[in-house]
Design a protein around this ligand. Structure first.
Ligand code: SF4
Length: 225
């Protein structure tokens, strides 16, 4: 068995075990976010790294790019809740206020574009990308303020096309994404299950929209559904 297969198997086992714990009603939401989700992300990162090492052509992303942080970022309710939970334990209330302002600024622009291209995600994403508005968590050196608890899409979004065409929405080779289908599928399945179980919700939405929705959610709740 190759190391990619092993890391993927470990990730799948971790997710299956977590789903079982959630399903049994034994796992309060706060405990999940505090001690289980970091494990889940660690297994996921390991599997993504092992997979990326096998890439041919090699992964082209570099630390000085951050182009994907200037596009529409889709996350799940589970991830939105986790971001708030972690923001409050890692940052001061003043810092959280600055992030909140960034969320609002990006959301207002998104809402105009979404209205303009109602139901047409491709054109919404295209127009938003052309505006090159950085994510509220992107620092001036292009690193991520919430790197430890960034969502799945930010962990798995690696390209094999040249980074300098990532923001060129008309380029035929723009952002050829390299992502393992099992990891992608399994993560989406788990996130859907989790969101449905705790919030009776499913699906993804833009990061800013879901962050606003979950800002005041009470993580002390045991089960919502
Ligand atoms: S959360 Fe971090 S990695 Fe993801 S888009 Fe924002 S700055 Fe980039």
């Amino acid at each position: 068995m190759t190391s990619v297969d092993e890391t993927i198997e470990q990730f799948v086992n971790c997710a299956t075990d977590l789903a079982r714990q959630v399903n049994s009603g034994q796992l309060p939401l706060k405990a999940f976010l505090k001690s289980k989700l970091p494990d889940y992300y660690a297994h996921l990162d390991k599997a993504i790294s092992a997979f990326n090492l096998t890439s041919s052509p090699p992964i082209a992303c570099n630390d000085e790019c951050g182009a994907c942080c200037r596009t529409l970022v889709a996350i799940s309710p589970m991830e939105a809740l986790n971001i708030w939970f972690q923001l409050r334990s890692h940052f001061s209330s003043n810092e959280v206020d600055v992030f909140r302002q960034g969320i609002m600024d990006r959301l207002i622009i998104q809402q105009d574009i979404i209205k303009k291209h109602l139901g047409d995600f491709q054109n919404q994403a295209r127009e938003f990308t052309l505006m090159k508005i950085p994510c509220e968590f992107q620092k001036s050196n292009y690193s991520c303020s919430i790197y430890e608890f960034r969502p799945f899409i930010c962990r798995s979004h690696n390209v094999v096309s040249p980074p300098d065409i990532c923001l060129d929405t008309e380029h035929p080779e723009r952002a050829l994404i390299w992502r393992h289908p099992t990891l992608w599928k399994f993560d989406m399945t788990f996130q859907t299950f989790f969101s449905k179980f705790y919030f009776n919700m499913e699906g993804q939405d833009t990061m800013e929209h879901l962050l606003l929705k979950f800002e005041n959610f009470n993580t002390d709740l045991k089960i919502v559904a």
